[in-house]
Design a protein around this ligand. Sequence first.
Ligand SMILES: Cc1ncc(COP(=O)(O)O)c(C=O)c1O
Length: 492
Amino acid sequence: MTEPLIFELSSPTRTTNYIDDGDVPARDVADLLPADALREGLELPEVTEPELVRHFTRLSQFNYSVDTGFYPLGSCTMKYNPKVHEDVASLDGLARVHPLQPEATVQGALQLMFELQEYLAEISGLHAVSLQPAAGAHGELTGVLMARAYHRHRGEDQRRIVLVPDSAHGTNPATASMAGCRVVNVKSNARGGVDLDDLRALAGAETATLMLTIPNTLGLFDENILEISDIVHHAGALLYCDGANMNAMLGQVKLGDLGCDIMHLNLHKTFSTPHGGGGPGAGPVAAAAPLAPFLPRPLAASRSTTGTVAYYLDYDRPLSIGQVRSFYGNFGVMVRAYAYIRSLGPDGLRQVSENAVLNANYLMRRLKDVYDLPYDRGCMHEFVLSGRRQKAAGVRTLDIAKRLLDYGFHPPTIYFPLIVDEALMIEPTETETRDTLDSFARALIEIAKEVVDKPELVKTAPHSTPVGRLDEVTAARHPILRWSGASERRKG
Ligand SMILES: Cc1ncc(COP(=O)(O)O)c(C=O)c1O
């Protein structure tokens, strides 16, 4: 099915003018626009209002979203976020504050930031938190810059190597090199954790930090984290934890208690801001006491005078790496996180991680006999299957992902992490029911049968979506980005 473009619906007979001309004389357009911005004719589509409304409404319904279906996109935590937090974030008193308002007039906003810093410090088991970074990767960059500043302050500017396990999130090595560091890979062991011998051999006098994605991209919590922390600290380096997937650990473990020195959290995955919607995010950074002076400034702070508490922005932080974002961060995202934490409370937060881990383990066990499970042990919030058995039968993981669309599901992340051949990375999230998990499992089991019985059906999927299988190579090499008429488009 090819959806017409709005221009293709156009016909001069179809225009409808629903609004009478007003009695205010129109100004000549030439008085309003500079001469070089004027043109003689402009081909606009001529359609009736109902046609226009139906066209765009139909297009909007082609979108797949968390509000329309299950979205198990591994590593991305595409979970349902309660709408009430959107309402809270859009309250006038919060949505309309201006970053340059005098402190006395934004005490509520500053209190919210201050308390959110405290909650996140409690959740991470670390000393202090900056809310400034605008994304997870931005939090990582902030953390690595802090590690560099810390070592420089101690006269160890030579510590510029960042160790990154091969099971790390892809942003870890990228941000480390953006921070001017050299990235060295650490191998994984047979159980999907960090290979301790490799780590011991690599950690040394030039190591700034180890960046440990935890749980890692295999969805596994490193069983040897205490030993890892000892090895890194013994070498005089720091342990950075990528805590973007905190929904796996909320209320169960505080990474600060396990030796973590710096970590970031993704408010736009764990704490009720949608991830991947193209909207703003926040990647707050938490630091242990010796690292806290290096956090970006300002931090929200409080002072008590004659029994009254006042909140302010503390710029008096001489060792800070400075400001990493304009003003104070994405405030709306902070409001959602604050509302989420306050509405769930400690027990509710613990329940979040229990459900996330339970859902992932349930689904993993339902699927592990049909698809290969390279690391067969209890997972955290997600797990990684391999489609290598299906590939041997001539059907690729990409085909399986496309076929899932015909069953009405968004596919999981595929071909990541790189250390798993034909990877299918599945993150069901804590917000799904057992019924949904069962339907998804049934779909994947059915597709595995099709791989054997009707491979062509899978290899040519999807068959029921508005757009069929795209020629991805041509789309990348010869993108057609401009409308040039229906006949041209068909030729292209
Ligand atoms: C483990 C991990 N680290 C880092 C990131 C990067 O976060 P962002 O996309 O906000 O930069 C993600 C994103 O999902 C992640 O899962």
